[in-house]
Design a protein around this ligand. Structure first.
Ligand SMILES: [Zn+2]
Length: 54
């Protein structure tokens, strides 16, 4: 499981917890998140996220 961070606002997507409020179930891998999904905080697109080492 990996963690991805929004480079614009710093919101973090954790594959382990997903983003259930946005319809992304827990355990959803980043590549399986829909291309049209956007950051719930700032509306940035997936390409504005970067993998983050914990
Ligand atoms: Zn953001």
């Amino acid at each position: 499981m990996k963690t991805w961070i929004c480079l614009i606002c710093g919101w973090v997507y954790d594959e382990e917890t997903g983003s259930p409020e946005d319809g992304i179930p827990a355990g959803t891998k980043w590549e399986d998140v829909p291309m049209n999904w956007t950051c719930p905080e700032c509306g940035a697109r997936k390409e504005d996220f970067e993998m983050m080492e914990i």
